[in-house]
Design a protein around this ligand. Structure first.
Ligand code: ADP
Length: 487
């Protein structure tokens, strides 16, 4: 193919439709409209109407009339005639060479259009990500940073660093953030659809962040990366704290007079102020019951407030769980016997120690065992089991009780949430117990999960990191089951 023909293909006969039109009109110097031409060269009439214009402009084809009425015939200008004829001749002799060239041009054009589209999409995505208030990070399945927006860098104090293409672990080295990095790295290798994590940073300034970490999947389900969205919830948490401080103050103030009322009641009932008649004892017993109820609510509120204020997990020490569980189960033996509930403890003799606040840990299992007995009908069974997984200790409290409906499970750890069940209308409770339990477990870097079937029973499982024999830092907890993740 000589240069002139090459030039003619690049600038005039640059598509299959134009090539067909030129060859057909050259061979058939008659007059036809687009519809007629469409039938002759077996192409779409609309496409012919749009492409034939450039042949008119190049002076190869003449046009008579306008719009749908327009007709066309072969009438090249004297300058064009020779090259058109050479082109047609060349095409007759080497049709494959011309068609290969046209095909190459078509592919190249599609590639350019695709690249322009990708560029446009990239600009659009960048504009959206930059204008978002949330921090966004995308990493690939190897943990390398593919994309992040300025708010993300700002929240984590990474401004001025170029993290693109680097391993997230090499960019984020500050202690409190390593847990986040670990969560992001673990996600592609886990079956979870989303992990929610809250973290508080003090450097460069205090900020509380909620991280939602989810996998990016291809159409076939393969995980190709991870998206992390960070939301600044400092203000929300500060307001929560103010509210908790208020609850703490109020419940503290309420407890003293109530304790005094209870003290006098007990003295009254014991006859310290003189013998009471049966008629007098009865209403006083009701007052005692009700003040016990009030005191239990106030104590729960105080516990919850204390936890939020961060006053609870102070006394970290080595705790032998089997002893703690044994003591706690003992506490409930009488209560279980009263309801004819069999209370079992299944704990191996050598259970590794954990590092924990013993009072808090006791609170966790007191609450779970007390609930198991409360929500199990007479003649049922409650079993406390413990085992070591190597890195963690897992304790489960199972019952054969009334169970928790599936729709209530996601809310079971919310403050003040109680399942509405006519069978438990008389069971005393505030709906705060499990919220406190969850706070304590998470403050110990643990995870609490629940499985339940209505009418069959419930199992709460607490997983806590084992104490490292080297005395090193606690390992992070395993990822929670998907149901346990706040989506
Ligand atoms: P409460 O003071 O009401 O017991 P919790 O926070 O301890 O508060 O529990 C919240 C709710 O969860 C309870 O009201 C009850 O409906 C349900 N629940 C907790 N444990 C069990 C269990 N073992 N079996 C059935 N329902 C349970």
């Amino acid at each position: 193919m000589d240069e002139d023909i090459q030039y003619f293909i690049e600038n005039v006969a640059d598509t299959f439709v134009k090539k067909d039109l030129i060859v057909f009109l050259h061979d058939n110097p008659s007059i036809d409209d687009c519809k007629g031409l469409a039938v002759r060269i077996n192409r779409d009439a609309e496409q012919i109407a749009s492409e034939i214009q450039s042949l008119v402009a190049a002076g190869i084809v003449r046009q008579g009339g306008q719009g749908a009425e327009a007709v066309y015939w072969y009438n090249p200008s004297p300058e064009q005639r020779e090259i058109v004829e050479r082109f047609v001749r060349y095409y007759r002799e080497h049709p494959a060479a011309v068609e290969d060239e046209l095909l190459r041009r078509q592919v190249e054009q599609a590639r350019r259009a695709g690249l322009r589209e990708v560029q446009r999409e990239r600009t659009k995505t960048k504009a959206i990500l930059t204008s978002m208030a949330d921090g966004v990070l995308v990493t690939d399945s190897e943990g390398a940073v593919v994309l992040y927006n300025p708010p993300f860098a700002l929240m984590l104090g990474l401004e001025g660093e170029d993290c693109l293409g680097r391993k997230l672990r090499d960019c984020i080295t500050s202690g409190p953030l390593l847990r986040l990095v670990e969560r992001i790295e673990q996600l592609p290798h886990s079956p979870y659809t989303m992990v929610a994590e809250e973290l508080e940073l003090t450097q460069p300034k205090r900020i509380v962040l909620k991280a939602h970490i989810s996998p990016v999947r291809e159409d076939n389900g393969d995980i190709i990366g991870v998206v992390t969205v960070l939301r600044d919830i400092t203000e929300i948490r500060d307001k929560d704290r103010e509210r908790m401080d208020f609850i703490y103050m109020v419940s503290h103030e309420l407890r003293s007079p109530l304790t005094s009322i209870k003290g006098f009641l007990v003295s009254l009932l014991r006859g310290v102020f003189g013998e009471l008649t049966r008629e007098q004892v009865e209403p006083l017993k009701i007052i005692e019951d009700q003040s016990n109820r009030l005191l239990s609510l106030i104590n729960d509120l105080l516990d919850l407030a204390r936890l939020d204020i961060g006053q609870r997990v102070q006394q970290m020490e080595l705790v032998q769980l089997q002893e703690l569980l044994w003591g706690t189960v003992k506490m409930f033996e009488a209560q279980a016997r009263e309801k004819n509930i069999a209370l079992h403890l299944d704990v191996p003799y050598h259970l590794p120690a954990i590092e924990a606040d013993p009072d808090n840990m006791e609170h966790v299992f007191v609450n779970l065992i007390s609930n198991a007995i409360k929500y199990t009908l007479p003649n049922g069974k409650v079993t406390v089991r413990a085992e070591s997984t190597g890195s963690h200790v897992r304790v489960s409290v199972s019952d054969t009780g009334i169970g928790i409906p599936e729709e209530s499970l996601p809310r079971i750890f919310d403050r003040f949430y109680r399942v509405k069940d006519p069978r438990t209308r008389d069971v005393m409770g505030t709906g705060l117990g499990l919220a406190i339990v969850k706070n304590i477990v998470e403050a110990h870097l643990g995870v609490i999960e629940v499985t339940s079937r209505v009418g069959e029973g419930t199992t709460f499982t607490v997983t806590l990191p084992q104490r490292h024999t080297s005395g090193g830092p606690l390992s992070p907890p395993p990822l929670p089951e998907p149901e346990a993740i706040g989506a």
